[in-house]
Design a protein around this ligand. Sequence first.
Ligand code: UGA
Length: 442
Amino acid sequence: MKIVVIGTGYVGLVSGTCFSEMGNKVICVDNNIEKIENLKNGILPIFEPGLEPLVLKNVERGTLKFTTNLEAALSDSEIVFIAVGTPMGDDGSADLQYVLNVAQSIGKLMQKRLIIVDKSTVPVGTADKVKATIQKELDKRGVAIEFDMISNPEFLKEGAAINDFMKPDRVVIGAENEKALEKMKQLYAPFCMSYERIIAMDIRSAEMTKYAANAMLATKISFMNEIANICEKVGADANQVRIGIGSDNRIGYGFIYPGCGYGGSCFPKDVKALKKIAEDYNYNAKLITSVEEVNDAQKLVIAQKIVKKYGADLTGKVFAIWGLAFKPGTDDMREAPAIYIINELVKRGAKIQAYDPKAMEEAKMCYLKGVENVDYVTYKYDALKNADAMLLLTEWKEFRSPDFEEIKKQLKSPVIFDGRNQYNIFNLEEKGFEYYQIGRAE
Ligand code: UGA
């Protein structure tokens, strides 16, 4: 099939590349000239495992093209995906300006019947707005071109996006007519082992499914973090409780790992947006509001443990941090707990020595730009040199089974704050460490 993907951000680039990998002819469009030039030369704007070789391969065999020329791209396509960003507006709602600008351009430029697919995460009712925007432009031009509207939310996880796209748990397609739905099913069939994985529904339900999925997962995490905090008070161990409840398959083991809070570009933004959507319809979403509040507080739990041990004034203290990204496998620092923890510790006078396998540039250039007293090291054990304690904030594989003797040798005193409960299997107390984790009384 001939596909245009508008927006070469995370979702657009992964989707376009995976469609091309399946043999479709894909043109990715972006209005950022530099980004497009870079992509043509094989330079990717994001790090995602496995993405670069797929881009290079498909560019070379001609199934994947990059351009800034939307008009030319549209003239040679059947299905158009809108995959531009929906950043958080000042009031927490999703900012639709990019989506609606794209809709306007499509309306201005389309010359033949197209299937327009919304892949960006957008509030319920956005497909209607996109449709109306396109129609308005067509009316202005005085042309009668029909088009079909589809909502096809994405469920990719950063760090596992290629696999998620190539072998999805489900593909949700919100459609308003059978013909367009059938075409979408044909597009996705090669990715799905069985047609049952393709779930067809009405457009508003598809839009809502995306928010409900992310809010449910965020709820599981906040629920478990709350349980972990209670465990600490009552002398229980959240790790054991997690296994105890996860074994009930109605609950499941997924997304009940307590930690220093969820981050990333999706959960924080989508939970906030869902709250705002409900508000717009005069519904007070109390549970969703609490999910967010619990998470905001959870991001500071490690800092609180530090203050409890060392006092409120951390002047002269040095903390080694392993892990800055919001999760392993990505250089993404958006809403990462590390940002909040580091700011809190520095504000109290501490010095930070940080290491992350991928996210240090992001941290330096953007998310911790201007934050004083943060040093970045290129070798993880160097971060520990003369530090008062080590903090594990992202569970990268290379941190999971470290040389504890080396850690002890480098640290000024053998203290570990484990924000991801990665080391609780290693009997660190027996190895001479003072060991703090989430959800177990000290
Ligand atoms: C999330 C969803 O998992 C995807 O299905 C969805 O498509 C995506 O958002 C999106 O809307 O685009 P992602 O943000 O990449 O994907 O990351 P996750 O792997 O879901 O992790 C999110 C955060 O939750 C991380 O900070 C992680 O450390 C935290 N987490 C996850 C926990 O604290 N505990 C857990 O048990 C699981």
